[in-house]
Design a protein around this ligand. Structure first.
Ligand code: CDP
Length: 220
């Protein structure tokens, strides 16, 4: 069994906030795998590459590494530089979903993610952690919320939507990404058969964390 709490779910479902806080409460490391896909998309945009056709040679020029910060969370660096704000634009989010359909990209990033397997329990967040990256993860959660609520949450995150974007525009962008993520042939977004489903539409973060910790205690 992999020492991993897998948290999967669609865009803006609250995964990152939940995964980060859960890791803090349990005093273990947190890894955001969406940032890997976002970093590949960002590097490809900067290099003027066709995002739909990335090859291994290009991927191997990218130095992607996670380094733990003072709170123990793993922060992704590309060629030695932190990327946070640059990763969170709508253009990079859409690009990440596109590069994530390619087998070359997924195979390459699978290795990076599996390198985290070890003796310490970690929280890993993404789309396919419980289904593909660590199908034998010790704990699996699939976090959702209604499309309307997710659009509201995304709009409230400064910088992650275009200036002046409306709720319906954001909802459309999320719906397009959900469709691409769920319909791709490789590692589509879907709950693992043994994942615990949590609908966060009417739950605050503390309530979600309580549910997850309760579930972890029950299965021990
Ligand atoms: O933060 P948000 O939920 O909007 O997105 P993200 O978790 O940063 O992921 C960005 C994109 O990367 C997603 O739309 C997926 O296409 C892709 N992704 C993936 O395919 N597999 C993962 N484990 C994580 C992200």
């Amino acid at each position: 069994m992999s020492n991993c709490i897998a948290i999967d779910g669609p865009a803006a479902s609250g995964k990152s906030t939940i995964a980060k806080l859960l890791a803090k409460k349990l005093n273990i490391a947190y890894i955001n795998t969406g940032n890997l896909y976002r970093a590949v998309a960002l590097a490809a945009i900067r290099a003027g590459r066709d995002l739909a056709r990335l090859d291994r040679e290009f991927l191997e020029t990218l130095k992607l590494e996670y380094t733990p910060n003072e709170s123990g969370d793993y922060v992704l660096k590309l060629n030695g530089k932190e990327l946070e704000a640059a990763l969170r634009t709508p253009e990079v989010a859409t690009g990440a979903s596109l590069v994530a359909t390619e087998s070359e990209v997924r195979d390459y990033l699978l290795g990076v993610q599996r390198n985290f397997a070890g003796k310490n329990l970690i929280v890993m967040e993404g789309r396919d952690i419980g289904t593909v990256v660590f199908p034998d993860a010790e704990y699996k959660f699939f976090v959702t919320a209604t499309p309307e609520e997710r659009a509201r949450r995304r709009l409230a995150q400064n910088g992650e939507t275009a200036d002046g974007a409306t709720l319906s525009e954001v909802a459309r962008e999320l719906a397009a990404r959900d469709k691409q993520d769920s319909e791709r042939p490789i590692a589509p977004l879907k709950p693992a058969a043994d994942a615990v489903l949590i609908d966060t539409t009417n739950l605050n973060i503390e309530a979600v964390i309580e549910k997850i910790i309760g579930q972890i205690k029950r299965s021990n």
